[in-house]
Write a new protein. Structure first.
Length: 718
C-alpha cells in the first residue's frame, strides 16, 4: 500500500523541445436552473455513449451554439438514444439534421424544471419540452495553461471564440491542434507532423517524410452566446463555486470589473478545476455588461500545477519523527549514559527523569530528584530556553518597550523578570532579561515560545520602531546552560569558578549576572536566578563545552550528593513555588489573571498597554491564579478539572475556573496544583470542588497561595 511513502513523486524533466497537444475543453452556456442533475456538457454525453455505451438519459435535448452540438445529436441517434430536440442559438444553419430529430434554430433554453433531475426545459417562445437529460455545448476553450507559465498572456481569437497561446511561450515549445485554436482534424495532424519533425531535427535525430492520413474534417462554426439574458432564474457559470451571472453583474455594479477583481470578488475560477470550464463564460458575461470586447477585458494567466497534485509531492515528505529535525541539548550524550528517560518538548528531546537501580516507578525517581535538590543540590540542563542576544545604542529602549514592566533603569550586572504582552493585552511570554553591558542584553524566553518571541521582536524592530539602533540574534543553540539549584549550589560552583570570582551574597546577590571564567579560563556567564525557589544559579558556556560541563559539575558536587534532575522534577518545583509556564500562559490569561497586574508600568508605553486595562481583564472578581490542595491528601488532582461550589450543579453556568497544572509534591506529601478561580484572592482558605468530567472525579480542594514552598522567598536570598 506504499506504507509511509508519498502518493506521488515530483520529477523535474528538462527538455530542449516540447510539443503541446493539450486539446481544448468544452464549456457550458448559462441559462435558468442549469445546475439540475442530468444537465451535462455535450462532449461528455457523447463520450458516455460512444466509449462506454451508456446513455445520459432516455430522452435527451441538445442545446448548442456551435457545430459540435450537432455531432453529439448525430452520435446519440446512431446509438439509439432518443433526441427530443436539437436547439441551436444560430439561425439559418445549413447542416444535415439527425434523422427524426426536431431542430429548433434561433432559440435557447431559458429555464428548466425537475426535482431530483431535469424533467423539462422551457424555450424562449415559452414552449415546454419534456426530457431527462440536456447536453449543452457552449464552444471549446483551447488548453493554454502550460503556455502561460512564463507569463505569456493569451490573445482572443474571435473565429473560435476562445483564447489562443501568445506572448512569452516557454522556449522550445510548439503548440498544435485545438490547443493552438486549430479545430479541424487535418490541422491538428499536420501540426503534429510539422512540430515533431522539427523537434527531431533540432535534437539531431533522423526524420522521415510522413504522409497525411485520411481524416474527417468538420467546419467549426460558433455563435458566441455565453448566457441567456431572458432567463430570470439563477444561471450558473462556475458550478464548483456557485458563481452565477447575477454575481458577475453584482461585481460590475460594485466596481470589481477587472479580471483579477472579478475573480476574487466572486471566486470565479478559484475552485479545484481552476476555471477550466467557467473562466471564459464568466469573462464574456463581464465583457457584455461592460460594453467591451473580450480583447479589452482580457484574461488571467495560469500557474502550475495544471492538475491537482498532493502537497507531499512538492514538500513535506518527511513525516512522523522526520517531520522536523529533532533538537538535542548539549548534555544529551551524558544524559543517555546516565539512563535518562527522554521526552519531546516541542522539537527538543529533553531528559524527563534519571531512574536509579531499584526504582520501579517514574515518581520514585522524580520524588528523589526533588528532595535531593531541595536538601542539597541538583543540576538540570536548561539550554532549551530561548535566548535572544540584543545589542545596540537603543537596546535598552527596545527592551523597555516590548516588556510591560520597566527595564530602562535596570543596572548593568542585574537580571529582571519580564512580562511580554500581545497587542490584545493578553500575556504572550515571560522570562528573564540580563543587562550584561550598557547596550547589551540577553533575553530568555520559554522553550515553547522561543521562535514566536524572536519573530515578534524582529517585527517590532523592523516595522514598529525601525528608527531604533538595535540588532537581534537568536542565541539558543550557541550556549549550554545549566541550572544549579539547592542550598549547596553556591558551594558547588565555588569549586569550579576561577580565582577572583566572588559568589558571596554581597558580591553576587539574587538577580545578579556577570561574565566569569571557570575551569581555568573557560568563558562563561553566570545568572543568579531560580525557577525552583531555592538558592540557585544558571551557568552558561559555549555549546561545545556543554557535555564536559555536566561531567565537571557532577564530579565537583560528589561531596554534596549532587543529583541531576529532569523536566518532571523541574515542573514539580516550579509548581511548589508558584511559577507560571505554558499551561498558565495559554494565550487567554492577562497579567491581572496571573496576579502580576502591578508589574504593568504606569510610567511608560508598551505593547498591549491599552488593551491590558480593559475592564473585563482587570475586574476585581475575575479569575486569579491560586494554589490548590486536596482536602484529603490521598486524593490526586488532575489538570483540566473545573471548579464548582460545594452545592452547585455540574453545569457551565456555575463554573468558577479550571486547574491548569498539577504535580505531586514529595515535600508536602500531597498532590498540589495551580489554577484560575473567579475572585480567587477573596476565596483563600475556602474549599471548592474540582470536577474532572473526562476522568469522572469530583474532589474537594482548598484554595491557597500559589507559593507552597518558602512564600517569603528567604531561600532565594541565602
Amino acid at each position: 500500500d506504499g506504507g509511509d511513502q508519498p502518493r506521488q513523486i515530483l520529477w523535474r524533466i528538462y527538455s530542449r523541445r516540447a510539443v503541446l497537444a493539450a486539446g481544448s475543453i468544452e464549456r457550458p452556456i448559462a441559462f435558468g436552473h442549469n445546475d439540475r442533475p442530468g444537465i451535462m456538457l455535450a462532449g461528455s454525453v457523447r463520450e458516455y455513449a460512444n466509449r462506454y455505451a451508456v446513455a445520459a438519459g432516455r430522452r435527451v435535448i441538445v442545446f448548442t451554439n456551435n457545430n459540435d452540438g450537432w455531432r453529439t445529436a448525430h452520435d446519440l441517434r446512431s446509438r439509439g438514444v432518443e433526441v427530443a430536440a436539437l436547439i441551436d442559438t444560430r439561425s439559418d444553419i445549413d447542416l444535415p439534421a439527425p434523422a427524426g430529430v426536431r431542430v429548433i434554430q434561433g432559440s435557447a433554453i431559458t429555464d428548466t424544471k425537475g426535482r431530483t433531475r431535469v424533467r423539462s426545459i422551457t424555450l424562449m417562445s415559452g414552449e415546454e419540452l419534456a426530457c431527462d437529460s440536456v447536453a449543452v455545448s457552449g464552444g471549446w476553450s483551447p488548453t493554454v495553461h502550460l503556455t502561460c507559465h512564463h507569463r505569456g498572456r493569451p490573445k482572443w481569437d474571435a473565429s473560435i471564440a476562445g483564447f489562443i497561446p501568445a506572448g512569452e511561450i516557454p522556449p522550445g515549445m510548439d503548440v498544435i491542434g485545438a490547443a493552438a485554436g486549430k479545430m479541424a482534424t487535418s490541422e491538428a495532424l499536420q501540426g503534429g507532423i510539422t512540430a515533431g519533425t522539427s523537434a527531431a531535427r533540432d535534437l539531431g535525430g533522423k526524420t522521415v517524410k510522413m504522409a497525411m492520413p485520411d481524416c474527417e474534417d468538420r467546419a467549426f462554426g460558433i455563435d458566441p452566446v455565453w448566457h441567456i439574458p431572458s432567463s430570470r432564474a439563477r444561471a450558473w457559470v462556475d458550478f464548483q463555486n456557485d458563481v452565477t451571472t447575477k454575481d458577475i453583474r453584482q461585481s460590475h455594479l460594485e466596481g470589481f470589473r477587472s479580471v483579477e477583481h472579478l475573480k476574487r470578488y466572486t471566486t470565479l475560477g478559484m475552485a479545484t478545476d481552476q476555471g477550466k470550464t467557467a473562466n471564459i463564460p464568466g469573462l464574456a458575461v463581464m465583457a457584455e455588461i461592460s460594453g467591451k470586447s473580450m480583447d479589452e477585458v482580457g484574461t488571467t494567466i495560469f500557474r502550475p500545477p495544471y492538475t491537482p497534485v498532493p502537497i507531499g509531492a512538492f514538500a513535506g515528505r518527511g513525516r512522523g519523527p522526520d517531520f522536523m529535525p529533532t533538537r538535542i541539548p548539549p548534555s544529551h550524550r551524558w544524559a543517555e549514559e546516565r539512563g535518562a528517560v527522554f521526552v519531546e518538548t516541542g522539537l527538543w528531546l529533553r531528559a524527563q527523569w534519571y531512574p536509579q537501580p531499584g526504582e520501579t516507578h517514574w515518581r520514585e525517581s522524580v520524588d528523589r530528584e526533588v528532595i535531593a535538590t531541595r536538601s542539597s543540590v541538583g543540576i538540570c540542563d536548561v539550554s532549551t530556553l530561548g535566548k535572544i542576544d540584543i545589542k545596540g545604542a537603543d537596546a535598552g529602549e527596545f527592551v523597555n518597550r516590548v516588556y510591560a514592566n520597566g527595564f530602562a533603569k535596570l543596572p548593568v550586572g542585574k537580571v529582571r523578570y519580564g512580562l511580554m504582552l500581545r497587542d490584545d493585552g493578553f500575556v504572550m511570554d515571560d522570562g528573564t532579561t540580563a543587562r550584561m553591558a550598557e547596550n547589551h542584553f540577553i533575553m530568555t524566553t520559554t522553550t515553547a515560545n522561543a521562535g514566536g518571541v524572536y519573530r515578534h521582536l524582529e517585527y517590532c524592530r523592523q516595522c514598529l520602531w525601525p528608527e531604533l539602533d538595535v540588532a537581534l540574534i537568536s542565541a539558543t543553540d550557541q550556549s549550554a546552560q545549566f541550572a544549579v539549584a539547592g542550598p549547596n549550589s553556591r558551594r558547588l560552583l565555588e569549586k569550579i569558578v576561577d580565582d577572583g570570582v566572588d559568589l558571596s551574597n554581597a558580591a553576587f546577590p539574587f538577580m545578579a549576572c556577570g561574565a566569569i571564567t571557570i575551569c581555568g579560563g573557560v568563558e562563561a556567564r553566570l545568572f543568579r536566578i531560580s525557577f525552583s525557589g531555592e538558592l540557585a544559579y544558571e551557568l552558561a558556556v559555549p555549546a561545545r563545552f556543554g557535555d564536559a560541563l555536566a561531567r565537571v559539575l557532577m564530579q565537583a558536587g560528589e561531596e554534596f550528593g549532587v543529583t541531576p534532575y529532569g523536566t518532571e522534577a523541574l515542573n514539580v518545583m516550579r509548581i511548589e513555588k508558584g511559577h507560571a509556564t505554558a499551561n498558565e500562559l495559554n494565550g487567554q490569561t492577562s497579567a491581572h489573571h496571573l496576579g502580576m497586574g502591578r508589574m504593568l508600568s504606569p510610567n511608560k508605553d508598551f505593547i498591549g498597554r491599552i488593551m491590558a486595562h480593559r475592564p473585563e481583564l482587570t475586574r476585581g472578581d475575575g479569575i486569579r491564579l491560586v494554589g490548590l490542595k486536596p482536602v484529603d491528601p490521598a486524593k490526586m488532582l488532575s489538570a483540566g478539572a473545573h471548579f464548582l461550589e460545594a452545592d452547585a450543579p455540574s453545569r457551565a453556568s456555575h463554573d468558577l475556573g479550571w486547574m491548569s497544572s498539577v504535580a505531586y509534591s514529595p515535600i508536602l506529601n500531597s498532590s498540589i496544583g495551580l489554577g484560575f478561580v473567579k475572585n480567587g484572592y477573596e476565596r483563600m482558605n475556602s474549599t471548592v470542588r474540582a470536577v474532572d468530567f473526562m476522568r469522572g472525579t469530583d474532589i474537594e480542594v482548598e484554595i491557597t497561595s500559589p507559593h507552597f514552598i518558602d512564600p517569603e522567598g528567604r531561600r532565594l536570598h541565602d
